[in-house]
Design a protein. Structure first.
Length: 366
């Protein structure tokens, strides 16, 4: 009888393991026939962990074959249509959304993912208004733009301050500039390091913050950008593999713009760069963009999405190991340098953010 009871116990345990497995399920209105992917950041790039085809009733279910540790995942139909999930194998997640608008999906069963949604809802209106005003290319709306940027910063700081121990803060804080908000970034690193101890995404984030904290030390080692001094040349490949150099643009006023597709502040500053490029290009102004991306596809998608129409886009796809980081002591992005027709540095860093960019360009191009 004991053997029978023991056997029944083992069978029950195995059954529980198979039926109580983590799942991600729900519905995507209008998505029938489409393939839904679950991505994670592994070995420096996005990889597919699982996938499923949405059925004729717009229903789907993903049951990852291997356990998920707490991490930042991406549930997506394409590069532009995805939902950020912060989950692990203890959660049973339900996602109900619409094809083309996965970011607006209603999520159940994943507290941190729900927190991300609530935060995004709190800034969506001012963020949308900000992008609309920046696209107007009208100096009259600059005071409103600055007001919206400040309100977004205040909302984000308040949220992060109250949720630093929740992985959702890792998404929210990307709407802050690390140079001016280092206290918040350090708080998130300390608050999430045990929860996300296996996450490569978090590890990369923590390394980035550590680099910011070493700003003074690295600058003291030399190599700083200095106004009135020639800018050392950089030669890197464009997406097609062609080598492009800053010296190729001698005779033009050039903005060297260090950015990345994953950098929230960079993407929000891009409309301002586009506006000034369109305004001054015919007068001899050029933009030389250097990306700190690791993924070529994400870099190219961001160029297209943000309408960065100039031809000078380069990257060695090494992120913070890029040659520009060590050569120019770049500690955070966006980071811009403005040089005159002779290659002399005339402005850099925060001197070129927002409305200041136009003011500095006008000093060189009447």
């Amino acid at each position: 009888m004991k053997k029978i009871i023991l056997a029944f116990s083992i069978i029950s345990s195995l059954y529980a393991c198979t039926t109580d497995h983590q799942h991600i399920k729900g519905s995507i209105n209008g998505g029938h026939g489409e393939t839904l992917y679950l991505f994670a950041f592994r070995d420096g790039e996005d990889v597919i962990l699982d996938s499923t085809v949405i059925d004729e009733k717009d229903q789907f279910e993903l049951i990852p074959t291997s356990g998920l540790f707490k991490d930042i995942y991406r549930l997506g139909l394409s590069d532009n249509d995805f939902l950020i999930l912060i989950t692990d194998s203890t959660e049973k997640v339900t996602v109900n959304g619409k094809f083309g608008e996965l970011k607006k999906s209603v999520v159940e069963g994943s507290p941190s993912t729900i927190q991300v949604g609530e935060f995004m809802s709190s800034i969506s209106a001012p963020l949308e208004e900000l992008f609309e005003l920046m696209a107007l290319e009208d100096t009259a709306v600059e005071p409103k733009i600055m007001e919206l940027q400040k309100n977004i910063e205040i909302t984000t700081r308040t949220y992060v301050d109250g949720h630093a121990n929740d992985p959702a803060s890792l998404i929210a804080i990307q709407y802050l500039d690390p140079i001016n908000n280092m206290d918040m970034f350090e708080k998130v690193v300390m608050g999430c390091k045990n929860i996300l101890d296996k996450s490569e995404y978090f590890e990369s984030f923590a390394v980035y913050i550590d680099k910011q904290k070493n700003l003074a030390q690295r600058n003291s080692a030399g190599g700083r950008i200095e106004i009135g001094q020639p800018l050392s040349n950089i030669s890197l490949p464009n997406p097609s593999g062609q080598i492009m150099s800053i010296t190729d643009l001698k005779g033009k006023v050039v903005l060297i713009d260090c950015w990345a597709s994953w950098c929230g502040p960079c993407r929000r500053e891009n409309p301002n760069v586009v506006k000034n490029y369109n305004q001054f290009h015919a007068k001899g102004f050029e933009v030389f963009s250097i990306s700190l991306d690791a993924d070529k596809g994400q870099w190219q998608n961001a160029i297209q999405q943000d309408k960065l129409s100039w031809p000078y886009h380069v990257s060695d796809l090494k992120q913070w190991e890029s040659v520009v980081v060590s050569q120019w002591k770049v500690e955070s992005i966006p980071y811009s340098i403005l040089i005159d027709k002779e290659g002399i540095v005339r402005a850099f860093g925060d001197m070129l953010r927002g409305e200041n960019l136009e003011k500095e360009i006008k000093k060189l191009i009447p």
